[in-house]
Ligand binder design. Sequence first.
Ligand code: ARG
Length: 458
Amino acid sequence: KKSEAWSARFSEPVSDLVKRYTASVFFDKRLAEFDIQGSLAHAQMLADQGIISSGDLADIGRGMAQIRAEIAAGSFEWLLDLEDVHLNIEKRLTELVGDAGKRLHTGRSRNDQVATDIRLWLRNAIDDILGLLRDLQLALVDLADANADTILPGFTHMQVAQPVTFGHHMLAYVEMFRRDAERMTDCRRRVNRLPLGAAALAGTTFPIDREKVAALLGFEEVCRNSLDAVSDRDFAIEFCAAAALVMTHVSRMSEELVIWMSPRVGFIDIADRFCTGSSIMPQKKNPDVPELARGKTGRVNGHLIALLTLMKGQPLAYNKDNQEDKEPLFDAADTVIDTLRIFADMARGITVRPEAMRAAALQGYATATDLADYLVKKGLPFRDAHEAVAHAVRACELRGCDLTDLSLDELRGFSPLIGEEVFAVLTLEGSVAARDHVGGTAPNQVRRAIAEARARLA
Ligand code: ARG
């Protein structure tokens, strides 16, 4: 059987292998709803312009309603022979309504049709992602709120550096996800432009009204060049780049959750429903969700590279290569959506262990910088203060004690500027409270940042 969409030009049918190799219906059928929306808007415009009759338009509307119902019911028969979602739907429409179905493709090509479908689909996915990024930020803000005063060691080079509040630490991720949302929003503007009207590559001879189709489909603009409209997938690449950054942020957080949940650290516990056991080691409770999220970051990064590579060698205008845009794009969006959904749930299932955090912050001379700052405020140049405290730390290390275990006299041995009030400076609470400026870790500032975040996310 020859393909009916272009049979007249061909003397023999393609082999089954070629059919399977070139078909996309088994992955692009998920575009069906957007394909129908695009077709309905196109048909409306054709009728308004007098290119098809109002009777044809009514037939197309009726046929599409039936097709939607069949797809929803699972009774629509997707045929490999019909190659892709577009031809499957058009063929069924023609079966249902006759000639009106055959007129639908007037002034249109699958090239501008598929570009339109993908943009509609992606716009919808971005809106889902924006909602999920917001929900995850809200969950993290709640966690920050409950822990605005909870102190844990902040690390550099995986070594105890300075005390920070757990609230501040959570808000760092809120900032990252906020920028991710900004990137998605920005990407959405360029996704939200209409390719239809470009037809195969050069435009069409029919008196079309592209602005009307754009308005019907909620596009903010029409693509300004027909060759570009059908051939570039930069909007999908941009989305994958933004998606890869979302996953990168999730992955960094995952790494921390895994470390914090390790029994040797014990800063947090993750609710059982997000963990799994071991088939051999009865004592295990493994943080599978964050580990898998860390792993899935690799596949989204891969999709970004796949799309960049897909695009780089293509001459203008449409080439069949572009059919390969869909699986990476779909999987990138699916992965981000699932991951964000599960992370917001999981964030709400985190138990914080303030005692373990505090015990860790009391090791490793976390307030040494506070002592140096104290000496500077007493008039010592910072470099000299740094040196004096380094001597004190070294002495503590030899004795196996903390800076606060030294007596005032012993401390004065490192600098005569040191007075009784130093002991308040060396506490964890004093250290975090002193960093009281925009972006600092002081509980005051954390509370202020939480209020700002809540107002922004409301
Ligand atoms: N299934 C095709 C795709 O995904 C639709 C466009 C086909 N156009 C063509 N000239 N073969 O890109």
